[in-house]
Design a protein around this ligand. Structure first.
Ligand SMILES: O=C(O)CCC(=O)C(=O)O
Ligand SMILES: [Fe+2]
Length: 210
């Protein structure tokens, strides 16, 4: 895989690599993620304290996975329902990281977010990682997302970007702790996924490397 040179900096440190993945690379990722889901079924995370369910379903691959329930947000090495270790991170994702993560140590977690009709993700920071120096890479597959990004304070002004299938977004530098979310997904905007919807993959370094 080649690193795309055509990136757009949509906020300080936030690089948007549009069309980073061609159709064949997207199909490979989808097949790899379907295999992950077969081993580690999608679960519905719940908000800390209130237990309110997310509208997005999730799973993970790699040594660590992000989970959320009444006791809080955290990384753990096993699936919350099956209690089995997360599946290995596919080679396709390791290659994607190598191409776009600007030399950061290898990713430890890939969070798989599945957006069905009506799913969204509220504004939040990715801050459950001990290593905040490595960037977060986000890969969009399937229907286009209306993505929103602001600054490090919740009240900072935001801008939106339409992330389409094959786009890769890197949140690094001053944007590593930027508030971001998905306002909505545009149904029918991509033919990649049978049955429609959107899959987002978020690759992260979690622990501080020696
Ligand atoms: O779906 C997206 O584009 C963003 C996902 C995200 O922000 C997250 O999983 O932390
Ligand atoms: Fe996030």
């Amino acid at each position: 895989m080649q690193a795309s040179d055509h990136s757009l900096e949509i906020a300080p440190g936030c690089l948007w690599f549009r069309d980073a993945l061609d159709r064949a690379a997207q199909e490979q990722l989808v097949a790899d993620i379907r295999a992950v889901i077969a081993q580690a079924p999608l679960f519905t995370p719940r908000m800390p304290r209130t237990g309110k369910p997310f509208s997005v379903r999730m799973t993970n691959c790699g040594p660590l996975g992000w989970v959320s329930d009444e006791t809080g947000y955290r990384y753990q090495s096993f699936h919350p329902d099956t209690r089995r270790p997360w599946p290995d991170m596919p080679a396709s994702l390791l290659a994607l990281w190598a191409a776009h993560a600007a030399g950061a140590p290898p990713p430890e977690a890939c969070l798989v977010n599945v957006y069905d009709a009506g799913a969204r993700m509220g504004l939040h920071q990715d801050r459950d990682e001990d290593d905040l120096t490595a960037p977060v890479l986000s890969v969009s597959l399937g229907d286009t997302a209306v993505f929103r990004i602001g600054g490090a304070a919740r009240t900072d002004p935001t801008r939106s970007a339409r992330l389409s299938s094959g786009d890769v977004l890197r949140l690094g530098g001053a944007s590593r702790l930027a508030f971001h979310g998905v306002d909505r997904v545009i149904a029918g905007s991509s033919s990649l996924l049978d049955g429609g919807g959107r899959i987002n993959l978020t690759l992260r370094r979690v622990t501080v490397s020696a």
